[in-house]
Design a protein around this ligand. Structure first.
Ligand SMILES: Cc1cc2nc3c(=O)[nH]c(=O)nc-3n(C[C@H](O)[C@H](O)[C@H](O)COP(=O)(O)OP(=O)(O)OC[C@H]3O[C@@H](n4cnc5c(N)ncnc54)[C@H](O)[C@@H]3O)c2cc1C
Ligand code: SF4
Length: 233
């Protein structure tokens, strides 16, 4: 008989996506005993599928025995595409790290106060943790977008966004370039373009390479994959 699992934490976080990972690392950093329950699998770099035709590794549909990283949820008025796995949506997101434009902060829903200024330092911290930087390459798709911008006289709207990707030397693995050696080794992006299938190179700054890595390896946070939190009937 398996020994009963000791289950005693200050905080239990459900889900290891962006919200869960940041909370886990910051709570662990403060010295709390933290566990993260994640219903999806822990994927290693070499585990990601080469194509989304590999439905077993691409789609999250446990009812059909599929435990991939892409979940589809159909609600009455909306269809939601989201991530599943240790790292949540960071496994299959597009790496775009944008700070909202002024008009977002000017919305009345924020209430009183200068929210742009209040949040600015936190955006900087998150951008640093996620390694936000512009892509050094402008590809054909970017050129087409720039052309369209010129055609419709909107060229000023075209710019290269910051992305959470490690652009070292393509395919070359180096010791942690972000966290003073406390993070994992990283491999330079090869520009393969497979970011939303899951990065098989290790260039994408997914949460398991920053917030979750430090939470687990530096602050003793326990990440428990393939474990779903449910509401008892
Ligand atoms: C294809 C795609 C591309 C995107 N590109 C971008 C982009 O470029 N830039 C950007 O800013 N945003 C992008 N997004 C949006 C971004 O991924 C989400 O906003 C973000 O992941 C939401 O974070 P979250 O922490 O709320 O949830 P998630 O990241 O979705 O994490 C939730 C986690 O909780 C787990 N979970 C859920 N329920 C349970 C349970 N009951 N028990 C245990 N575990 C559970 C899930 O498996 C998942 O791992 C993209 C999204 C998609 C789908
Ligand atoms: S190596 Fe490929 S999948 Fe990974 S970040 Fe670069 S373009 Fe995306």
């Amino acid at each position: 008989m398996e020994p009963e699992k000791k289950f005693d934490y200050d905080y239990i976080i459900i889900g290891s996506g962006f919200g869960g990972s940041v909370s886990a690392m910051r709570l662990g950093e403060k010295g709390y005993r933290v566990a993260v329950l994640e219903k999806g699998r822990r994927y290693r770099t070499e585990d990601f599928p080469c194509t989304n035709w590999n439905v077993r590794k691409s789609l999250w549909m446990p009812g059909l025995g599929l435990y991939g990283i892409f979940a589809l949820t159909f609600l009455r008025h909306v269809f939601v595409l989201h991530g599943a796995g240790v790292g949540g949506g960071s496994l299959n997101y597009c790496n775009q790290l944008l700070v909202p434009p002024d008009e977002v902060f000017e919305k009345p829903e924020w209430g009183s106060g200068d929210w742009k200024a209040r949040l600015a330092p936190f955006y900087e911290v998150a951008r640093g943790m996620l390694g936000a930087n512009p892509s050094p390459r402008v590809g054909t798709a970017d050129e087409i977008l720039a052309d369209i911008g010129r055609e419709i006289r909107g060229e000023d709207t075209f710019h290269i966004n910051d992305v959470g990707v490690f652009f070292g030397e393509p395919d070359k693995t180096v010791p942690d370039p972000y966290f003073n050696g406390e993070g994992p080794d990283r491999t330079g992006c090869t520009f393969c373009g497979a970011c939303i299938v899951g990065c098989r190179v290790g260039g994408k700054n997914t949460l398991d390479k920053n917030y979750l890595y430090l939470a687990e390896h530096k602050h003793g946070v326990e990440i428990i994959p393939e474990t779903e939190a449910t509401v008892s009937p």
